[in-house]
Design a binder for this molecule. Sequence first.
Ligand SMILES: [Zn+2]
Length: 115
Amino acid sequence: MNGRKEGLDAWAACCQGELLQMVDLMRTVRRRRFLKQASVAALALAGMGAGICFAGYRGWLSDRITCSEVMQLLPKYRAGQLDTQLSRQIALHLEQCPDCGPGDRQMIPVGQGSP
Ligand SMILES: [Zn+2]
């Protein structure tokens, strides 16, 4: 009986101390792990965001040429001397640019429409 009681006390005391330590340790580990994961996730998100923004910006830039470029290339564009990508860019610009669009429609050369 005596030995059993002492054992229980010892176990309880030990358990309490170890539990507190373990809980403390687990909290620290969890917090560290969470902080690490959060920072990694934040970094990844920031990187992805920057990459997407950069790619979008590059795509936006490559799809748009300036009005003066369009004006310079327009004769070649009309003659069909430009490569497909450039022609597509000019067509897109003429569709969307309020400065070039209407002027372009007025400047349709004679001979392209009705003979
Ligand atoms: Zn324009």
